[in-house]
Design a protein around this ligand. Structure first.
Ligand SMILES: [Zn+2]
Length: 167
C-alpha cells in the first residue's frame, strides 16, 4: 500500500481502519472495500498455494510409490548376480534415491507449515533411507532364500533324513 501523500510504502495491518505513514506521519483512512479486497487477495493466494502444494505432493507420492518396487527389484538383481554391474541399481537406490526424492519434494508454504499433519508432508530423508535400504535388503534376502530352495536335492534329502532321525 502506498501513501497518497508521499507515496512511501506503508505496512498495512489487516482489520485496522487507520494506518500511519512512517515517512510523513499522515494518517490514512482505509476504506472497507480496499481492506476487503486485500483480504480477499490474501485468501485466494493462500488457497492457491495450498492447492499447488497438495497437487505437487500427490505427484511426489506417485514417484515415491513407483520407486518402492524398483528398490525391491534392485535388491533382487543384487542377490541374483555376482557381477558388480547388476549391483549398481541397488547401490543407486540406497545412496541416490533418497536425496533425489528429497530434492523433488514440494516445499511447504510458510502459511501451511504449522497446520500440516505428518501424513500431509513428504517423508524426511532419514525415513526414505530406512525404507529404501529395507526394501533393497528385503528383495535381496527373499531372492537369496528362493535361490537356496531351488538348489540340488541334497538339501531336501538331508533335512528329511534329519526329521526321520528325530521321530
Ligand atoms: Zn507518507
Amino acid at each position: 500500500m502506498k501513501c497518497p501523500n508521499c507515496s512511501g510504502d506503508i505496512k498495512y495491518t489487516p482489520g485496522k481502519a487507520k494506518a500511519v505513514c512512517p515517512y510523513c506521519d499522515s494518517q490514512i483512512q482505509i476504506s472497507m472495500t480496499a481492506e476487503e479486497r486485500e483480504f480477499e487477495r490474501d485468501t485466494s493466494r493462500l488457497a492457491h498455494n495450498r492447492d499447488k502444494y497438495f497437487k505437487d505432493l500427490k505427484i511426489w507420492r506417485v514417484i515415491f510409490y513407483i520407486s518402492l518396487p524398483l528398490a525391491v527389484l534392485s535388491g533382487v538383481l543384487l542377490s541374483l548376480s555376482d557381477s558388480a554391474f547388476l549391483g549398481l541399481p541397488a547401490i543407486f537406490f540406497i545412496f541416490a534415491a533418497s536425496p533425489v526424492l528429497r530434492l523433488a519434494a514440494p516445499d511447504i508454504p510458510k502459511d501451511l507449515e504449522g497446520e500440516l499433519s505428518k501424513k500431509e508432508r513428504p517423508l524426511k530423508k532419514g525415513a526414505l533411507y530406512g525404507i529404501f535400504i529395507g526394501l533393497v535388503l528385503l528383495g535381496g534376502v527373499v531372492t537369496g532364500l528362493i535361490k537356496d530352495d531351488s538348489k540340488p536335492e541334497e538339501g531336501t534329502a538331508s533335512s528329511s533324513a534329519v526329521s526321520q532321525a528325530d521321530s
